[in-house]
Design a protein around this ligand. Structure first.
Ligand code: URA
Length: 233
């Protein structure tokens, strides 16, 4: 792909703005030699203002979404893109969240511009384990684990039962829940179905990918090796 298109697709500016960057000699190779709009060098060999390019298309990242941010691009409030370099919001193909976390939920959020990867992850066939930690308004009754594991629980307004899910009590009002599907507000609705209310919700892990030391609001790029960990059980 011609460099001018590549840079525009990476969000460095409109075609016109990027063309100006070439005229200003801001786009070079690693040795500082000026590059031109029609050049097609290897991604890793390009510098803009002396800095390596943003990741090539096919990128994936893991974000620790804090409470108070939405996964949408249109929300007038704070959005997850506010936590990333501004160019990431302007990329084509789009960098999108893989599934969603509610505004009031914190935790592991994958984002990618790789449509095939996104579909592979969100596909019901993937059965990727999503781990949640919930803080509840009321004490656990004791029968929730059996109900959630049963594979017959029907949420309000739905016509197929939930897949079996694993619940472990972490305290009288704290629980760890492992889901293999991702229905709308699923955790909150599951606890509502057993007469409780989720006060706080956090997702520390998706598949084999753990937030680890990633602080709220921080993110890291996933190279192919760390991304492969996603599928480890
Ligand atoms: N279930 C919920 O209720 N909310 C989330 O953000 C994720 C799962």
């Amino acid at each position: 792909m011609k460099l001018v298109k590549l840079l525009a697709n990476l969000g460095y500016g409109s075609r016109k703005e990027v063309a100006r960057m070439f005229r200003e000699g801001r786009v070079t190779d690693a040795s500082g030699e000026v590059l031109y709009a029609d050049d097609q060098p290897a991604h890793a060999g390009v510098r803009v203002d002396g800095e390596p390019l943003d990741p090539a298309p096919g990128m994936a990242l893991l974000l620790h979404k804090p409470v108070g941010y939405t996964c949408s691009t249109r929300d007038p409030g704070r959005i997850v893109y506010d936590l990333l370099p501004p160019r990431f919001r302007l990329r084509s193909p789009l960098l999108s969240p893989v599934g969603r976390l509610d505004r009031d939920t914190s935790g592991a959020l994958l984002m990618t511009d790789d449509g095939a990867l996104l579909h592979r992850i969100v596909s019901p066939k993937s059965k990727l384990a999503k781990v949640y930690e919930a803080t509840l308004a009321g004490d656990l009754r004791g029968d929730e684990a059996a109900i959630f594991a049963g594979g017959t629980l029907m949420l309000d307004g739905e016509d197929t039962p939930l897949a079996p899910a694993q619940l472990d009590a972490l305290g009288p009002r704290r629980a760890r829940l492992v889901l293999t599907e991702g229905r709308y507000h699923q955790v909150r609705r599951m606890f509502a179905a057993v007469g409780n209310h989720v006060e706080a919700l956090h997702r520390p892990r998706i598949g084999g990918l753990d937030l680890g030391e990633l602080a709220p609001g921080a993110w890291r790029l996933l190279d192919p090796e760390s991304l492969a960990a996603l599928w480890e059980r």
